[in-house]
Design a protein around this ligand. Structure first.
Ligand code: HEM
Length: 470
């Protein structure tokens, strides 16, 4: 009996030891690992950022974690980030697959084809999108604001409005069309994108990517696959219409691109990914911008004074005007710093055995860039923990961009839509601030600046009042 118990104990020890993942030799340090679960219990899946920060304090700027059985290395702070993102160190980690269904996140087929695809090269240049296209979407936003004001008795909730404007600009890029906000096509796309992003932002995503064996279970993320299907049916419908009127060599938009490396399926999924990547990021940044501007009226007024002076006598703003608006530029960059819109970037993966900060990292290791630690790093910013455009102004009041400004990530994998996003933020914010004064409703209580964590950080819903200026 005693011998059997000892044998049973030994077997259990052996199984536990066998199932406990081990750090490879000279791997970055990290917390003790549990069998099967790895370090998943060290993280609050609803918002792991505080836990990541505690681990950084204990283990340094480069540490490791096991999300399930797979090792991940978390990179913090500008110095380690720059070293890690040098060309050749890491590549995109592709989307997890599940029985042919893709879990739609920012990392996607775009990544696979990014550098070699003529489709994306064309798309990257933003040739087909002008100031005017962004401004047209903005004009539609005005209509929405005005009708919303009369609708709700002067208080409005900006969430759907900013989502619509950002997604309409992406519709212009992808489908070559702008839609009325009540059009069935755009409402279905926006609604599906919200569902997909909600699933991608929720705690299930970490579990989904950490434990491949749960992917076939009927868990909440399956809902988002239905939304992907709805979106792909619409994109296919638009693609078929495009084919009827397409002129070879004269692409009108992303769906018109001809590229032999792209199957129809890939084109459809890439279009959906672009819609999602380009909508939630921009709209949440705009929401953060107005949350802060409304509650810092002196900063809003100073922007308006600069805008009025530079645009005097002009009908509308153009992207080049930013060079005459250092303060507005500083405010927009400060908004992006504080918004921390994609806090953990998109996970990367080492393409070969590599060295980082003196540690050895084997090929195939997941790399998590904690951009939060760079955007708020002490020593890199004059005011790391407060909203202050002074972070981007020198003593002469000129606009300067510190090295630690990396909301779009860094290196060869930097956000594909950076150029477009910067153009949108500038044109939309300047146009709105020129025309309207944005006010925090008196009966709303104190603003809550804490965003909801996700692949993209989302400000909590808030109301605002709007007054015409001109
Ligand atoms: C304020 C707005 C935005 C922010 C903060 C943002 C941020 C980011 C970040 C941090 C990444 C990960 C880069 C990496 O892997 O290292 C990314 C990737 C990506 N973004 Fe954006 N983004 C924004 C707007 C846009 C827009 C408007 C588009 C429209 C096309 C877009 C398309 C993409 C795509 C396709 C990727 C994956 C590209 C790749 O890694 O090859 N983004 N973005």
């Amino acid at each position: 009996m005693f011998l059997s118990l000892v044998l049973l104990g030994l077997c259990i020890c052996f199984i536990i030891l066998h199932l406990t993942p081990r750090r490879p030799k000279n791997f970055p340090p990290g917390p003790p690992v549990l069998p099967i679960l790895g370090n998943i219990l060290h993280l609050n899946l609803k918002n792991p950022l505080e836990d990541f920060e505690k681990l950084r304090k204990s283990y340094g700027n480069v540490y490791s974690l096991f999300l399930g059985p797979r090792p991940s290395v978390v990179i913090n702070g500008v110095k380690a980030m720059k070293e890690a993102m040098r060309p050749g160190k890491t590549v995109p980690r592709f989307t997890a697959q599940s029985g042919g269904k893709r879990f739609c996140t920012l990392c996607n087929i775009v990544l696979e084809h990014r550098r070699k695809s003529a489709v994306l090269q064309m798309f990257l240049q933003w040739k087909q999108l002008t100031d005017c296209d962004v401004l047209c979407s903005c004009t539609m936003l005005f209509c929405a604001i005005v009708s919303n004001i009369s609708f709700t008795g002067k208080t409005l909730t900006p969430q759907i409005m900013f989502h619509n404007v950002a997604s309409n600009i992406m519709c212009q890029v992808v489908f070559g069309t702008r839609y009325e906000y009540d059009d069935e096509f755009i409402t279905t796309i926006v609604q599906s994108a919200i569902e997909i992003t909600k699933a991608a932002n929720g705690p299930w995503t970490t579990l989904y990517s950490s434990f491949p064996w749960i992917r076939k279970l009927p868990l909440p993320f399956n809902k988002s696959f239905k939304a992907v299907k709805r979106c792909s049916d619409l994109v296919l419908q638009s693609l078929n219409e495009h084919k009827k009127t397409r002129v070879p060599g004269e692409p009108r938009d992303f769906l018109d691109s001809e590229d032999s490396t792209f199957s129809e399926d890939k084109l459809i999924f890439t279009a959906i990914d672009l819609m999602i990547a380009g909508t939630d990021t921009t709209s949440n940044t705009l929401l953060t911008a107005f949350l802060y501007l409304i509650n810092h009226p002196h900063i809003q007024e100073r922007c308006q004074q600069e805008i009025d002076r530079v645009l005097e006598g002009k009908d509308q703003v153009c992207f080049d005007d930013r060079h005459q608006m250092p303060y507005v530029q500083a405010v927009i960059h400060e908004v992006q710093r504080i918004a921390n819109t994609v806090p953990l970037s998109v996970f990367h993966c080492t393409t070969k055995d590599t060295e980082l900060a003196g540690y050895s990292i084997p090929k195939g290791t997941r790399i998590i860039q904690n951009l939060t630690t760079v955007l708020k790093e002490e020593g890199q910013w004059k005011y790391p923990h407060e909203f202050n455009p002074g972070n981007f102004l020198n003593d002469q009041g000129e606009f300067v961009k510190p090295d630690a400004f990396m909301p779009f990530s860094a290196g060869p994998r930097v956000c594909l839509g950076e150029g477009l996003a910067r153009m949108e933020l500038f044109l939309i914010m300047v146009t709105l601030l020129r025309k309207f004064k944005f006010i925090w409703p008196e009966d709303t209580g104190e603003p809550d600046y804490t965003p909801v964590f996700g692949i993209t950080m989302t400000p909590k819903p808030y109301p605002m009042k709007v007054q015409h200026r001109l």
